[in-house]
Design a protein around this ligand. Structure first.
Ligand SMILES: [Zn+2]
Length: 220
């Protein structure tokens, strides 16, 4: 479920400055909190005890996806400063660590693939929080400290961007007495159809076509 629940412009600590943004990247985060759900992360943005200037566009967990800021407004998630490219030009996605993380991750792969597809972008538009500010985030994609999880994530997203598998070609290659014919046959409903003149002449036969009766005569 994709829920839109934007925080108000009046949210403290300038968490929604309302500044227009034309995004060029998508930045991936982990919440850094194994217990926090998407709903918890959304609530935190408007919790009176929250006194930090930090916000994010989308939070996602195993069940729901919540858009907390419009995707064309600036949020503060990249840690690269007020005028940093991460903050000014990227959509911040917080991947929750709570619950069934494998399921959450699969949902995140699908979400990110959709966002890229909608914009005509490839995985080259994806960034880690780490890329903007050096923070170890999304930390669960760096469990081995080699960012293998990050490479896997991008591979999985890229796979979703591939067009649906096209049917295998119905083209059939024809070889007559060891010689490859230029012309191709076709296989349809279990029947192979070949160009009769090409095959017959390759076999040394003569081919005559009677257009009136639509008949082919093959003689050798
Ligand atoms: Zn982060």
């Amino acid at each position: 479920m994709y829920k839109i629940d934007h925080i108000k412009m009046t949210t403290p600590c300038n968490r929604r400055p309302g500044t227009y943004m034309q995004p060029e990247y998508i930045t991936i985060h982990n919440t850094g909190n194994p217990k926090s759900t998407a709903a918890n992360e959304r609530s935190w943005l408007t919790n009176p005890s929250n006194n930090v200037t930090a916000s994010y566009h989308i939070v996602i967990d195993e069940r729901e996806t919540i858009e907390c800021l419009p995707l064309n407004e600036v949020g503060w998630h990249a840690g690269d400063g007020k005028n940093g490219t991460g903050n000014r030009k990227s959509i911040g996605i917080e991947i929750c660590e709570s619950g069934n993380y494998a399921k959450t991750l699969e949902r995140a792969v699908e979400l990110v693939a959709r966002l890229l597809k909608e914009r005509g972008w490839g995985v080259d538009r994806l960034r880690r929080h780490y890329d903007w500010s050096g923070k170890n985030c999304p930390r669960l994609m760096n469990a081995d400290e080699k960012w293998t999880g990050w490479a896997d994530f991008k591979t999985r997203v890229a796979a979703k961007l591939q067009p649906a598998v096209v049917p295998v070609s119905d083209q059939v290659t024809i070889v007559v007495n060891g010689n490859l014919l230029d012309q191709k046959g076709t296989l349809k409903n279990g029947v192979t159809t070949v160009p009769v003149r090409g095959v017959a002449e390759a076999l040394g036969a003569s081919v005559k076509w009677d257009g009136e009766s639509r008949t082919v005569y093959i003689n050798n």
